[in-house]
Design a protein around this ligand. Structure first.
Ligand code: ZN
Ligand code: ZN
Length: 319
């Protein structure tokens, strides 16, 4: 039997596998994660703002917030999304491991679960089974509002869990990555402890450790969470549909920079394996700038980009 036949057989077996699992134990884990990393960071952010008269922000807190927002955001968009989910470029094991650690620190769940859910999102985008589509709750105003809240937040409380053997067999074979992926909670705690330590040392006080923890840890987790949620909600509801396709994905140029490039979401659904989400000069894409910089340094290679002819052929309004 030749290699091509083997690959066809493997992908056929994958398609025949059960797609999702659902059980009380799985839903308990999902609820716990939602409370820990969605509810608590929101409450912590309120507490950080409310305590400003007593715990003012020091310049180091702003630096910690911005630095950790940037690197954990890049861990998600470049690591979890463009590399692990879509293999939009190739890299070495150490760089893949570093991207994974940065993504784990963002507290958006272990990478394997995130990627499995994301690949299922692309498979079924805005159709039955897409676990965070905002478009499956009816066309009335209340239906659209319910859809927005579901896609932005509440889907995370309880949802089907994709079968990782079907969706991410390539990742399951990489033992080192799997070992790192299992240390998810360690890296989340590390991402909270690091700004506390730096803030405490720079200000040389317990109050400095507390504000470092709050702004570089808790508030940063909340902002990153809200940013990624915007892609599921807003970017499947409103914005420009530059390219033809069967889903409701949209581009929101105004959100490009603050979402590390993720908001060019219609581009992404049209060319899901592209390392660049911004395809025009004004579609700011910090995630791709980072990939290109790593490419210049020789740390990543085989960076995938769609050909101009392919881009032109998929344009909704042809010039
Ligand atoms: Zn999408
Ligand atoms: Zn994707």
């Amino acid at each position: 039997m030749d290699q091509a036949t083997n690959i066809t057989d493997a992908s056929q077996t994958q398609r025949q596998m059960r797609a999702v699992f659902s059980s009380a134990a799985i839903h308990r884990v999902q609820l716990r994660h939602f409370i820990l990393f969605d509810v608590l960071p929101a409450l912590g952010t309120l507490a950080a703002v409310a305590s400003l008269p007593w715990l003012p922000v020091h310049p180091i807190d702003i630096v910690l917030f911005l630095a950790l927002w940037l690197v954990t955001g890049l861990g998600l968009t470049v690591g979890y999304h463009r590399y692990f989910s879509h293999r939009a470029f190739a890299t070495s094991k150490p760089v893949a491991g570093l991207l994974l650690v940065l993504g784990l620190m963002a507290a958006r769940g272990p990478m394997v679960s995130w990627v499995a859910m994301h690949r299922r999102h692309h498979e079924l985008s805005d159709r039955d089974g897409d676990m965070h589509s905002p478009n499956l709750h009816g066309d009335t105003l209340t239906g659209r509002l319910r859809g927005f809240i579901h896609a932005h937040l509440t889907w995370m409380i309880r949802h089907d869990y994709p079968n990782v053997a079907r969706y991410v067999p390539d990742l399951l074979r990489e033992r080192d990555l799997m070992r790192l992926n299992r240390s998810y909670y360690f890296w989340v705690v590390f991402g909270l402890a690091l700004p506390a330590l730096i803030g405490g040392l720079v200000q040389w006080s317990w109050a400095g450790a507390l504000t470092g923890f709050l702004w570089g840890g808790v508030v940063r987790i909340f902002v990153v969470e809200q940013t990624m949620s915007l892609i599921n909600s807003i970017c499947h509801l409103m914005g420009a549909q530059t390219f033809t396709g069967e889903d409701h994905s949209r581009n929101n140029v105004w959100l490009g920079f603050v979402t590390w490039g993720e908001a060019h979401h219609n581009n992404h659904h049209a060319f899901s394996n592209s390392a660049a989400f911004g395809l025009r000069w004004y579609e700011l894409d910090p995630g791709f700038w980072f990939i290109r910089s790593l490419g210049v340094l020789g740390l990543v290679w085989d960076i995938k980009l769609p050909q101009e002819a392919k881009i032109a052929s998929k344009l909704r309004l042809k010039a």
